[in-house]
Design a protein around this ligand. Structure first.
Ligand code: FAD
Length: 455
């Protein structure tokens, strides 16, 4: 426990939250998807929450944390998995949601504060004919800062690839955690120093991202008797360059029966997609070619505006797992990436090997210009040992696993390591290792530091 009163006294008028229940609530994210992380992280809590209003407030908090040796963990909406925003060593959680302004929009290039919700960005830029290139299925709650610092890609990645693809993030302004913090602007490949770094390498105070021309999107769902036919249909859809699309997902039986407000017959597999309204005929021709039956077709915007309807994207990505967890609290999931060659054979092989123990859920996306798919398979959890065994078997087959049952960047990465640029940048920006401590396993902090004696 840090000296909370002393800390607040030095903070001046920057808003704080000290009420225990709220502090605990804002110290949590969606780590509970993993039964392993649930045990590990349930009791973790910050000592207080600080809510910066602007970059000057962020600088003041970073300086104070550095002087006092207090751990500092940024938080957007707290929808991350992996315990990304959970303060393992207590200290301050920095709630970024008051920094939610759109700063500039010029020729499809948007600069925005990090606490802006993705849905609010889409609303703000729509009038000028733009939309986000990609967003997570948590678009309606998550922030842009949390997406860049914790996410990987999502709806739109079938066209634009993941966040990591060169060009998807143009610039980031970042504050260091030092007694006299520096504000650094990263551009080009240098943004990888903060992209998917869980806020361990600096606090993002502004982001510049390219947008896409806005299109009227349709939610469409096709149902299939045969899983591999559904997979082939989704893959062909993903490869159909003439069709403007935002989403190509496959949810295998028995998972579609979990999807709330959607009637899917027992035993059927579904392809869930978002297609531009002008490409509906092309989608239907493709569906007919593969013998699928359309069971839903409606404007995405209608579902987003309705209190009863669920947009198709909230059946996909990690929402599929959430629908399954609502039905059966004992399931969990994997996060995998299939290689672009032999994708279909590997999907079939894992389906045959595990059956309903590892239920197939796929998201087609581009990686370095090639179409492949990410799997967010829903797993019937038995023991941690069995889960590690399945992960090892998948990796032996050449399927990368971004293990969602661990908290560190290194262990959660598909390659089991992080690029050299992140630890190097951390040494510059956070020499004492105060930013989200415990998440970058391979970083050894410099000693010395704060009055509170944490570091
Ligand atoms: P948080 O969870 O609050 O934070 C995420 C990470 O970013 C933390 O490490 C935090 O410390 C850091 N951070 C936040 N703000 C800053 C800042 N200003 N500076 C530095 N670091 C910061 N992810 C995907 O990529 N694609 C998906 O489709 C997807 N679907 C999901 C579906 C469900 C149902 C759930 C529960 C999660 C899903 N996720 C997905 C994970 C998560 O929702 C997204 O990554 C989301 O964008 C995180 O945003 P957030 O505002 O909630 O961030």
């Amino acid at each position: 426990m840090i000296d909370v009163d002393g800390f607040i006294a030095e903070l001046g008028d920057i808003p704080v939250i000290t009420e225990r229940a709220l502090v605990r609530q804002k110290s949590r994210d969606f780590f509970w998807y993993s039964p392993i992380l649930k045990d590990q992280l349930n009791s973790k809590s910050a000592d207080l929450i600080v809510c910066p209003r602007d970059e000057a407030d962020v600088v003041a908090v970073c300086s104070l944390c550095a002087r006092r040796g207090v751990p500092l963990t940024a938080r957007g909406a707290g929808t991350g998995n992996y315990g990304q925003a959970v303060p393992l060593e207590g200290g301050v959680v920095l709630d970024m949601t008051s920094m939610d302004k759109v700063l500039d929009l010029d020729g499809g290039l948007l600069t925005v504060q990090p606490g802006c919700r993705l849905i609010d960005i889409e609303r703000a830029v729509a009038a000028d004919g733009w939309e986000l290139r990609m967003y997570p299925s948590t678009k309606r709650t998550a922030t842009i800062g949390g997406f860049v610092a914790g996410g990987s890609g999502g709806i739109g990645s079938v066209t634009y690839g993941g966040l990591r693809e060169r060009g998807n993030i143009v610039a980031a302004r970042v504050v260091s955690c030092e007694r006299e913090p520096r504000v650094v602007t990263l551009t080009g490949d240098a943004v990888n120093q903060v992209n998917h770094a869980y806020g361990t390498t600096g606090i993002i105070t502004a982001l510049t991202i390219p947008l896409a021309p806005k299109l009227p999107w349709m939610d469409v769902i096709g149902s299939f008797d045969d899983l591999m036919t559904a997979v082939r249909c989704a893959r062909t859809f993903g490869l159909s360059d003439g069709i403007a699309k935002k989403l190509a997902s496959v949810v295998a039986s028995p998972l579609p029966q979990n999807l709330r407000n959607l009637e899917v017959a027992e035993g059927k597999h579904v392809v869930i997609a978002m297609v531009a309204r002008h490409a509906l005929t092309a989608w239907r021709d493709l569906l007919a070619e593969f013998g699928g039956t359309e069971i839903l077709c409606r404007p995405t915007a209608d579902a987003e505006l309705s209190p009863e309807l669920i947009p198709a994207y909230e059946y996909t990505w990690n929402h599929t797992t959430l629908h399954a967890l609502r039905r059966d609290k004992s399931v969990t999931y994997l996060q995998t990436l299939f290689p672009p060659d032999g994708t279909l054979e590997l999907i079939q092989a894992t389906h045959l090997a595990y059956g309903d123990e590892v239920m197939i859920h796929l998201e087609f996306l581009r990686v370095a210009g090639r179409l492949t798919c990410s799997g967010l398979q829903v797993v019937k959890f038995s023991t941690a040992e069995r889960l590690w065994e399945i992960i090892a078997e998948m990796e032996a087959r050449g399927i990368r696993v971004a293990n969602p049952h661990v908290v560190t960047l290194e262990d959660g990465a598909g390659h089991k390591r992080i690029g050299a640029e992140q630890p190097a940048f951390k040494r510059l920006m956070d020499p004492a290792g105060l930013l989200n401590p415990g998440k970058m396993r391979t970083y050894v902090p410099e000693t010395g530091g704060g009055e509170d004696g944490r570091r």
